[in-house]
Design a protein around this ligand. Structure first.
Ligand code: FAD
Length: 266
């Protein structure tokens, strides 16, 4: 069935490895008859920093309060055109793919700034009833529920450096704020990430292997099982503390892994 996929891509060099992977994905998906939108953030000159200019109709004499001004602008359909265009792309998309190099163990700042601005109050957060018994529609619910997301990242480091005992910390932990905090939060079903390690020096054969492995993951966009992040409103958390209920941990007492349900539990 024909789907709509949004690729958000962050690399300053069109001829980069990241650029080649982004092109490979969009050509592959289009060849299958899907619609592909690409937000090429550097080429678009994306404004990464949130400031008062993001809310053109606000009272310029009042103190800037980003959540409040963001909420008012969203409700009045008065966000800037660049932000509204990206929100429309997200509404249209059945799946979101992020393509970026790992820079300082996270995403390039321009991509973080895409989330800071596009996820306005009322769209990315502040959705649904908010009370002591229902802390909003988030972590599995929200404006982007029902859509799928895949992070595709290239890293200079070696795979063992990112293994459970590796010096950089487990890749699942490093990507948790993105997969859980940015993608599961507004409702996406998040697939396990695609990570290309030792990516600074790839010969033609290694590039081809990386490209083919990524396209296989793209083919699994609607088939592969998402990460079993627990749903906030699924009964696993106490209210209003939002602590995981005792006895539900799959191993260990703290940390990111608590928020992934054990196999077979969801
Ligand atoms: P490129 O430099 O464009 O290419 C990499 C290789 O792929 C080259 O060998 C190139 O020839 C080959 N290639 C590219 N395109 C093609 C093509 N079309 N066909 C065949 N071969 C091709 N790494 C970490 O692990 N952790 C970090 O925290 C981290 N922080 C960083 C912070 C900064 C500011 C920077 C600049 C780098 C950091 N790195 C880190 C390394 C970074 O992750 C890699 O440099 C990046 O992922 C490589 O991707 P690229 O698209 O820039 O590669």
């Amino acid at each position: 069935m024909k789907k709509n996929i949004l690729i958000v891509y962050a690399h300053p060099e069109p001829a980069s490895l990241n650029g080649a992977l982004k092109d490979a994905m969009s050509e592959h998906l289009r060849a299958q008859g899907h619609e592909v939108d690409v937000s090429d953030l550097y080429a678009m000159g994306w404004k990464a920093a949130v400031d008062a200019a993001d809310f053109p109709q606000r009272d310029a004499a009042a103190r800037l309060r980003v959540p409040k001004d963001s909420h008012a602008a969203f409700a009045a359909d008065a966000l800037t055109n660049d932000v509204r265009a990206e929100q429309d792309k997200l509404r249209r998309a059945d799946a979101l793919i992020l393509q970026f190099p790992l820079w300082w163990f996270s995403m390039p700042a321009i991509l973080k700034g895409w989330f800071d601005r596009v996820y306005s109050y009322g769209f990315g957060y502040g959705v649904g009833e908010h009370s002591d018994t229902h802390w909003g529609d988030r972590y599995g619910e929200g404006a982007l529920a029902g859509k799928r997301a895949l992070v595709s990242v290239t890293a200079g480091g070696w795979q063992p450096h990112y293994a459970p005992r590796g010096i950089n910390g487990p890749i699942e932990d490093l990507l948790f704020p993105i997969n859980h905090g940015l993608l599961h939060y507004p409702g996406f079903e998040v697939l396990p990430p695609f990570v290309a390690y030792r990516s600074d020096r790839l010969d033609a054969e290694q590039f081809e292997q990386t490209r083919a492995a990524l396209l296989q993951r793209v083919d699994g966009l609607w088939r592969d099982a998402p990460i079993a992040f627990r749903r906030q409103n699924g009964g696993d958390y106490e209210l209003p503390s939002l602590l995981l209920k005792p006895g539900r941990e799959a191993g260990g007492e703290r940390g990111f892994a608590l928020h992934v349900a054990p196999a077979g539990a969801v």
